[in-house]
Design a protein. Structure first.
Ligand code: SF4
Length: 379
């Protein structure tokens, strides 16, 4: 089973915290759709005839594409790949794009899952982030999507930024629960180099982020979602039973995926490839029938480290038998020796030949995984 990811590199406004690849100049949108269709043709053999189980329009802001543009890409995929009858097709959408006509069009398209970028229901937070929508639009877009039959939707929320008091954060989560959203992705705000947020903090125009606030709000998140029956199946992802994202779960399970468009990554278990993160260079190269990409061949250590980083964050945990099978017993012995320190702190537990994070360990997930990595000179 494989996935296809399409990166739509356009946004109406630049959110101050965002370091994804996008352009706010929308003039090349039609050319980009043509180029992505052409890249699909150039790379039609990448998935080696594996059936496509998920298609994900990410970005950027894919809800800026018209229904016809989305359909053109989907038609091209169907012409070139074997697509499952039960394919999950997700579209990331910003609330201000989900007006009545757009939602009606989408409800008549093959797209069966929306991922709505709400981030907060408070206007002062949204203004601080430089989002393109208001809290009222966030709320009404969700209700419109539900009324149109999108039952399998996700909402994104961000926590851990100075304006967000604990009371506002608890209100945001409660709103998701009240609206009966079956899937929530929630990430802590981070300050990435090159973003406006980084610049504002460096120049003392914004208060720096506070790690203790972020940790406290993460614990609120765990508590409120648990009470509401939204199961945490990955550190930052919560879902009602049966509403987990198949696309993202496949990433974490190490399934193959093909990524198209500027900056998109692809993975086939042995290598990782990524396209140039520049719209003009991407378009010029595709027009010459050349995919502008770089490749990294993954060593056994790379693959083990990647497995540790992703599996430990999930509710299905790190599988000891899989480590022995895929990497060899030496890797399992190394990991078991290293994890004792974390067991003593109560951050991980071993159960049924799997390793899991405890509630307190979830605060340190990436650090624990990184400590279990094997670096090349340890071989
Ligand atoms: S809409 Fe999404 S991709 Fe675009 S700038 Fe904002 S966070 Fe980044």
């Amino acid at each position: 089973m494989a996935g296809i990811y399409l990166h739509i590199p356009f946004c109406k406004k630049a959110c101050h915290y965002c370091d994804f690849h996008f352009s706010t100049s929308l003039g090349a949108k039609a050319d980009m759709v043509e180029a992505i269709c052409k890249e699909l043709r150039l790379r039609k053999d990448y998935l080696e005839a594996e059936q496509v189980e998920t298609i994900y329009f990410g970005g950027g802001t894919p809800s800026l594409l018209s229904a016809d543009e989305l359909q053109k890409i989907l038609d091209t995929i169907h012409q070139l790949f074997s697509v499952s009858n039960t394919v999950e097709i997700t579209l990331e959408a910003n609330p201000d794009d989900l007006h009545a006509e757009k939602v009606r069009e989408l409800s008549h398209s093959p797209i069966n899952r929306l991922s709505i970028g709400v981030q907060s229901f408070f206007d002062d937070d949204l203004l601080w982030m430089n989002r393109s929508h208001t809290g009222t639009e966030a709320d009404s877009s969700i209700k419109r999507a539900q009324d149109a039959g999108f039952e399998n939707s996700n909402v994104d929320l961000i926590y851990g930024f100075p304006l967000l008091t604990d009371a506002k954060w608890q209100h945001n989560i409660a709103q998701i629960i009240r609206l009966d959203i079956p899937h929530l992705s929630s990430y802590a705000m981070t300050v990435e180099q090159g973003t406006a947020l980084h610049h504002f903090i460096e120049n003392k125009k914004h208060t720096p982020l506070n790690e203790a606030q972020s940790a406290q709000q993460f614990l609120h998140l765990l508590h409120q979602t648990d009470q509401a029956g939204l199961q945490q199946y990955e550190i930052s992802n919560f879902a009602k039973a049966g509403k987990e994202s198949i696309h993202n779960s496949n990433y974490w399970k190490g399934e193959k995926y093909l990524g198209l468009g500027p900056s998109a990554h692809s993975f086939n278990a042995h290598s990782r490839q990524w396209n140039v993160a520049n719209n003009a260079k991407y378009l010029a190269s595709i027009s010459q029938n050349k995919v502008p990409q770089s490749i990294e061949i993954l060593s056994l250590n790379n693959r083990f480290n990647e497995y540790m980083m992703t599996s430990l964050r999930t509710s299905w945990g790190t599988d000891f038998a899989k480590i022995s099978r895929s990497f060899g017993t030496k890797y399992l012995t190394h990991m078991k020796a290293r994890l004792i320190q974390f067991e003593e702190k109560g951050w991980v537990i071993q159960k049924n030949d799997h390793l899991y994070l405890t509630q307190s360990g979830k605060l340190f997930a990436d650090g624990i995984a990184a400590d279990l990595f094997i670096v090349d000179d340890e071989n």
